[in-house]
Design a protein. Structure first.
Length: 318
């Protein structure tokens, strides 16, 4: 439930990109696609890798705050994206465009698409909105054309687009290792109401990781899968012992984010944290009425605030 005005529709700016075609794509009916956000219930950075990426260990959870897309596949190798949300690119930098191009590996070089994107997940929030959109395109292409591409191959295609995209092919509750693309299914989170709050600021992910303060050779303790499953089975009635280590970078540099986190803690949630590299924060409550009231008060101050529930998957195609 979004409690701030400003939901956007797809009748806004449009950008077309045409590529050279070599083969035809069958004509199929347009698909309606729902793509959900995620939060990081924990995030630990293990080390910096020689390739410049960081080795992480994170527990990701899908929530039912979602974008909507209408995808019409074409055989003209042209990608057209329409979106009215401010700050959302509609050119080649949009992950939906990259997903269409990437799926030509299995669908043929003439694959094109007309995509109407309706955004509800805030951008620059650490909630994987763009990654979820990209996963929606990948799964829509595979389903619409009856490709039945092996999951591991789709995950490989997704990982080349972004570290969160493989998780978004699945959703639910999963452990991510490597860059976040090496996935293990976990005990599903069965309850809780998430209050999502995003300040006006957006935080560059690259800046956050480049300002981590730890020895490059230091290896941090790995999560024990059995212990994590036991915690998930009890939460939110039981405690949550994990954290997002990136808070130690963001909070001192962005005091407005730190202050919002402190305000969420005052509401006595089961748990409160930053998601990803920020800037969105979330707090988990046992009762929906309490979560709704907390979100209402943050929304009244002009902030993005939404109440969401855990979701079992990240993408639905209709």
């Amino acid at each position: 439930m979004a409690t701030k005005a400003g939901r956007t529709h797809a009748a806004g700016k449009t950008h077309r990109v045409r590529d050279e075609a070599a083969s035809r794509v069958p004509s199929v009916a347009p698909l309606e696609v729902i793509t959900r956000a995620k939060v990081n219930l924990s995030l630990e950075v293990i080390r910096r890798r020689p390739d410049g990426f960081h080795e992480i260990e994170t527990i990701m959870q899908s929530i039912d705050l979602a974008d909507r897309m209408r995808i019409e596949l074409t055989s003209d190798a042209e990608v057209e994206i329409a979106c009215a949300a401010p700050g959302i690119p509609t050119d080649e930098t949009n992950l939906c465009h990259r997903a269409v191009v990437a799926m030509r590996e299995v669908a043929g070089r003439s694959l094109g698409a007309r995509i109407a994107l309706e955004k509800h997940i805030p951008a620059g929030a650490g909630m994987g909105g763009g990654s979820s959109n990209a996963a929606g395109v990948i799964l829509a292409v595979d389903r619409a054309l009856g490709l039945k591409t092996p999951v591991k191959k789709l995950e490989r295609i997704a990982a080349a687009i972004g570290s969160d995209v493989p998780f978004m092919l699945h959703g639910g509750t999963m452990l991510g290792r490597g860059r976040g693309e090496i996935l293990t299914a976990l005990e599903p989170l069965k309850g809780g109401f998430f209050v999502i709050v995003k300040p006006e600021v957006s935080i560059p992910t690259a800046w956050v990781y480049s300002n981590l303060n730890f020895r490059l050779t230091q290896h941090r303790p790995r999560l024990n899968l059995r212990a994590v499953s036991a915690v998930l089975a009890r939460f939110p009635q039981g405690p949550w012992p994990y954290r997002n280590v990136l808070e130690a970078v963001v909070f001192p540099a962005y005091p407005t984010v730190a202050k919002l986190w402190e305000e969420l803690l005052i509401e006595r949630p089961c748990f409160a944290s930053m998601t990803g590299s920020g800037s969105a924060l979330f707090a988990i409550f046992n009762r929906e009425d309490q979560a709704t009231e907390v979100a209402r008060r943050f929304s009244a101050r002009g902030l993005f605030a939404s109440v969401a529930k855990p979701a079992k998957q990240a993408v639905d195609i209709r």
